[in-house]
Design a binder for this molecule. Structure first.
Ligand SMILES: Cc1cc2nc3c(=O)[nH]c(=O)nc-3n(C[C@H](O)[C@H](O)[C@H](O)COP(=O)(O)OP(=O)(O)OC[C@H]3O[C@@H](n4cnc5c(N)ncnc54)[C@H](O)[C@@H]3O)c2cc1C
Length: 455
């Protein structure tokens, strides 16, 4: 990959997406300067920020395979084969995510992954990170940015192309709005989250106190608790709860009320997180929201990752979608000979509808995770969906699988998912087990409603 046109690329934000895009651009031969407001996690012991670990799936893996870095990333991964549901009495039920051996998702450390991406970006020889330098303002008349450090010292830097990878609160996106760009919405969810930890077992050979290869969920209707494994045997636990109301972050004001809440609703966690009521108040509560942008490009600047499309975390796709942005942007640079003005507008066209689709599906998945997974009908529909995938693989793939295990554009997965939901509703009506499925009726519905996948 060599750059036909040697633009000077300035990137704001060295998070997961910015660091990955820096590798692609460095490999293309661009000189890339990345300004990051935080210290470097590789050198200073700082918090990885929201969510200590994340679920990595196929859309995020493909660009890393293309970059040839998966052998390094694999050392960080813990496969999660399905959901382990914890009921109120402490009973467990496992639900497989897919039905093929490779259909798993992976728990990965945010800090570990971003460190690998930064190392690989620097290894291209073309990427320079400038830590503790936050973007302050953008001047599109003179193509320059002003950065500022903690002491308040500011510096100006010129750019040819500006990439905004500065996450949900993006100042680059805000500079678009200041420049008259309309059509940005930020919908804050009425639920927030708080992280806790199940520490590794110090006794015995198995350090994992609960099943290592599952994403654990305690679904409770209006709210839920989840846990993802870490390599050291611990689990990062996240409570998702309404901001206000009878049972909410607002109502949990004392250690006693927290203890009672967990005792009543998540009894089996009391033993797993002994100091729960204490740490609850030490850890911050994070807000969640959805950002949709009509324009991802403005003059010679472009948004990638959460800066363009922050989504709620319930499909585990925010980072994966951002990595797919990098993959698609790189493909467009290949296809259009690094013609940036053309690539920028095409990239917005290619990505925007897909990002909006995953934003919708992520919101829907919150209901599925915290509530629907408890219903017998949900399990029946899942079993029917697997059966239909086996019998009609060119037409029917369960929606969760389309999103997590394939590269079918999100918008297409959403549209097909709607048709499939209707088919599953019809087929599950009046039956209570997979053995009662009317396969002839299923075939008729599928043939008439679902087009064959294009290869
Ligand atoms: C609780 C939770 C769980 C999640 N779980 C998953 C999951 O399982 N799977 C998944 O795919 N996604 C998940 N996500 C989403 C994922 O975290 C984001 O999609 C991902 O971090 C986006 O990466 P990014 O690089 O675009 O933005 P960010 O990670 O936000 O990085 C932006 C970077 O820009 C820097 N920055 C910001 N402003 C400035 C400035 N003015 N100047 C310089 N630098 C600046 C920041 O310091 C940061 O380093 C989760 C999110 C949350 C909140």
């Amino acid at each position: 990959m060599t750059a036909k046109i040697k633009h000077k690329i300035t990137m704001i934000g060295a998070g997961l997406v910015g660091s990955m895009m820096a590798i692609f651009l460095g490999k293309r031969g661009y000189k890339v300067n990345v300004y990051e407001k935080l210290p470097d996690i590789r050198k200073e012991n700082i918090s990885a920020g929201r969510s200590i670990n994340l679920a990595l799936a196929n859309r995020g893996i493909r660009p890393m395979q293309q970059l040839g870095i998966m052998d390094k990333v694999e050392t960080l991964l813990i496969p999660m084969k399905g959901r382990m549901l914890h009921d109120k009495e402490g009973g467990l039920q496992f639900q497989s995510y897919g039905q093929k051996p490779e259909e798993v998702i992976y728990s990965v450390s945010r800090g570990g992954l971003v460190s690998i991406l930064r190392d690989e970006a620097e290894a291209t020889g073309n990427v320079t990170f400038h830590f503790k330098q936050g973007l302050d303002s953008v001047d599109y008349t003179n193509n320059s940015i002003t950065t500022i450090d903690k002491a308040g010292n500011s510096q100006q830097h010129s750019f040819d192309i500006l990439l905004g990878a500065d996450g949900a609160p993006s100042k680059v996106r805000k500079s678009f709005e200041k420049g008259g760009v309309k059509g940005v919405t930020f919908d804050i969810l009425s639920h927030s989250y708080k992280e806790l930890t199940i520490k590794a077992d110090s006794n015995g050979s198995n350090r994992f106190k609960i099943n290592k290869n599952s994403l654990h969920i305690w679904p409770r209707g209006e709210y839920m608790l989840i846990a993802l494994p870490n390599l050291d045997g611990s689990f990062t636990v996240t409570l998702f709860l309404p901001n206000d109301g009878d049972l909410s972050f607002e109502s949990l004001t004392t250690k006693e009320s927290v203890y009672q809440f967990f005792k009543e609703k998540f009894k089996d966690t009391l033993e797993l997180i002994p100091n729960l009521a204490e740490v609850f108040f030490e850890n911050p509560t994070g807000m969640l929201g959805t950002i949709r942008c009509k324009n991802w490009n403005h003059k010679n600047a472009l948004l990638i990752g959460d800066a363009a499309h922050a989504v709620v975390p319930f499909h585990g796709q925010g980072m994966n979608c951002g990595f797919e942005d990098c993959f698609d942007l790189n493909a467009l640079l290949d296809e259009h000979n690094d013609d940036w003005p053309e690539v920028m507008s095409l990239y917005t066209d290619v990505r925007k509808d897909n990002a909006n689709a995953i934003a919708d599906m992520a919101l829907e998945n919150y209901i599925e995770m915290r509530d629907s997974v408890r219903e017998p009908k949900f399990h029946l529909k899942k079993a029917i969906a697997f059966e239909l995938e086996n019998k009609f693989p060119n037409q029917f793939i369960p929606r969760y699988s389309m999103v997590m295990f394939h590269h079918i554009p999100y918008a297409q997965a959403q549209a097909r998912g709607l048709i499939q939901a209707d088919i599953l509703k019809k087929l599950s009506l009046g039956i209570s087990s997979i053995e009662q499925l009317d396969i002839n009726y299923a075939e008729k519905l599928i043939m008439s409603l679902l087009p064959t996948f294009k290869t």
